[in-house]
Design a protein around this ligand. Structure first.
Ligand SMILES: Cc1cc2nc3c(=O)[nH]c(=O)nc-3n(C[C@H](O)[C@H](O)[C@H](O)COP(=O)(O)OP(=O)(O)OC[C@H]3O[C@@H](n4cnc5c(N)ncnc54)[C@H](O)[C@@H]3O)c2cc1C
Length: 321
């Protein structure tokens, strides 16, 4: 039976929710094709959470425990996962496109000389068994349908927030495998863990997004967000120039929003950006250019200077009118 492996990312025993998104999607594909879904969980003291992953779609979970695996580190994770793949030879390997997932998948694809579909926004397995991913390409103007033609396992990283995790199945069978790790051979070790605590915007209900039109000053964006109890996101160039962290930029190479409301200010609406707002229920945008492409993707479009409109909006919201 064909086997779809899903990397279950965790940090100190807390599972990354986007891994569950991938797990559920993998199970939906597996059910349609009669395949098996295996979650692979690397960590320290994590076997207690393995069985519960079955509820999100895993038929079985392979657990590897070692103190070094407590949080993600590229070298030991790729070594352990690579050895497991080498021994068991799964047909498919999927990871969520978090930084760690992308790092791991890239390392493994090189080791196994196999194709890796990066950041797919949709995923399926064709009748002939080839993994088929949808990858936004050419500036987002097209969605390229990509198929693996050679190499095993067939691999993909899955964009965050495009699939929803479902608790629809029973407990998974758990197999604990001994870690074959020689710490003395590792070239990097964890010195300190710094947690920045940014919110996962793919889960936010309300988001205010600032673009280059803000001139890199997010004061008003943050103020508006606070009043309407929203989280703050940006377009990618603001991350690129260091105004905002990479974790909070929206778009095909960033986060896909699933919010009820997004207020988008000073963003032109380039294809790469708008692919991250397709699942937003209500989009309100402010732009001084009446021809800005974002208008086409907005339910409400205000033409004007954000530095004039937002303060008035904030004042009205404060007064409750
Ligand atoms: C491979 C690749 C991947 C990419 N991935 C992403 C991605 O995931 N996410 C992403 O965002 N981008 C991505 N980009 C970049 C993307 O193509 C655009 O360049 C980017 O989205 C533009 O950001 P922006 O709209 O903030 O800036 P701009 O395009 O410069 O737009 C600024 C907007 O602000 C308006 N404006 C200016 N001043 C004001 C004002 N005072 N009041 C109101 N409006 C004002 C302007 O009219 C303009 O419409 C990617 C590019 C490439 C090549």
């Amino acid at each position: 039976m064909r086997d779809i492996w899903v990397f279950i990312e965790q940090d100190s025993g807390v599972v990354e929710e986007s891994s569950l998104e991938v797990l559920t999607k993998a199970r939906e594909i597996a059910d349609a094709r009669g395949y098996l879904v295996t979650g692979v969980l690397l960590g320290r003291g994590v076997r207690g959470i393995a069985g519960g992953l079955g509820r999100y779609g895993a038929h079985r979970v392979i657990v590897v425990e070692h103190p070094i695996l407590e949080s993600y580190l590229g070298e030991p994770y790729a070594s352990v996962m690579g050895d497991l793949i080498g021994e068991r030879n799964p047909d498919y390997f999927l990871a969520s496109a978090t930084r760690n997932g992308r790092d791991l998948a890239g390392r493994l694809a090189v080791r196994f000389r196999t194709g890796l579909q990066a950041h797919v926004v949709n995923l399926d397995i064709a009748e002939d068994g080839s993994l088929v991913g949808h990858v936004p390409g050419f500036g987002g103007n097209i969605v390229a349908v990509v198929r693996n033609v050679r190499g095993r396992p067939q691999m993909a990283t899955v964009a965050l927030g495009v699939f929803r995790p479902r608790e629809a199945w029973g407990e998974a069978e758990v197999e604990v495998v001994e870690a074959k790790l020689d710490p003395s051979k590792l070239r990097a070790r964890r010195v300190e863990v710094v947690r920045r605590g940014y919110v996962d915007l793919s889960k936010s209900r309300r988001v205010v997004v600032g673009g280059m039109g803000t001139g890199g000053d997010l004061t008003l964006v943050r103020e508006l967000a606070k009043i309407i109890q929203a989280d703050v996101g940006v377009s990618r160039p603001l991350s690129d120039i260091g105004v905002a962290p990479k974790d909070i930029y929206i778009g095909s190479t960033g986060v896909s929003l699933n919010a009820d409301l997004a207020v988008i200010v000073g963003v032109s609406g380039a294809p790469h950006f708008v692919s991250g707002i397709r699942n937003v229920r209500t989009v309100i945008s402010i732009n001084k250019d009446p021809e800005a492409p974002i208008a086409e993707y907005s339910d409400y479009f205000a033409v004007g200077d954000l530095f004039e409109i937002i303060p008035k909006l904030i004042e009205k919201l404060r007064r409750g009118v």
